[in-house]
Design a protein around this ligand. Structure first.
Ligand code: GRF
Length: 197
């Protein structure tokens, strides 16, 4: 699979470490970033993984970026794309070419609090429970069919940092679980519902 990221890369790290287990059923063959200074990209390079930086300035316009991305993915026979903190909306060409084969992780219980600063949105709204969601990616923003969710309780003394930290810990467990289910052929998409075999 390929991991796409724009920043820190802690979810990439969790996925990479899970992939090393003999029973994981998958391998990370490519890490792509739209940010050449992304710590996640640098880490992937250090590990010795194949990495690609796609420069959004050079590939200005979504279609050029998508074309190049699809080329890199197809060249390596990627079966699954994982968006792990990738801060760019995927172009139509990518979403259509890899329909049902792109997973994203979001730090809230979708459909609540889509988009940026989901943890802050949850705190400001005053929910007692938030969490994280792994979902398939469609043409919308954080709208695709939900694969797995994990609740994280919002505590009275929480601020954005403390809540984000606990949600992130849950993300690091949830994303590898979803990827394993995908590669085991255990995710069955029926309309908007994802049945786990
Ligand atoms: C995570 O909170 C993820 O849910 C969101 O972006 C953040 C990425 O963090 N999509 P990291 O780069 O994986 O540490």
């Amino acid at each position: 699979m390929a991991v796409l990221l724009s920043g820190r890369g802690s979810n990439f790290n969790a996925l990479y470490h899970d992939s090393l287990a003999s029973d994981s059923g998958y391998r990370v063959v490519l890490v792509v970033s739209d940010n050449k200074a992304a710590p996640g990209l640098l880490r992937a390079r250090e590990i010795g993984l194949d990495t690609v930086f796609l420069d959004p300035e050079l590939l200005s316009g979504c279609p050029a970026f998508s074309r190049q991305l699809v080329k890199e993915l197809q060249f390596r026979n990627v079966d699954l794309i994982c968006l792990a903190g990738f801060m760019r909306i995927l172009g139509r060409q990518v979403v259509d070419t890899y329909a049902g084969r792109i997973l994203n992780i979001h730090p809230a219980l979708l459909p609540a609090f889509p988009g940026l600063n989901a943890q802050r949105q949850a705190l400001e709204y005053g929910v007692k429970c938030s969490g994280c969601t792994v979902h398939f990616v469609d043409r919308g923003m954080d709208t695709g069919p939900i694969v797995l969710q994990q609740c994280v309780e919002v505590l009275d003394h929480d601020n954005e940092d403390s809540l984000s930290r606990r949600i992130l810990e849950a993300e690091h467990r949830l994303f590898p679980r979803a990827v394993r289910l995908f590669f085991a052929g255990n995710l069955c998409l029926e309309g908007r519902r994802v049945r786990i075999k």
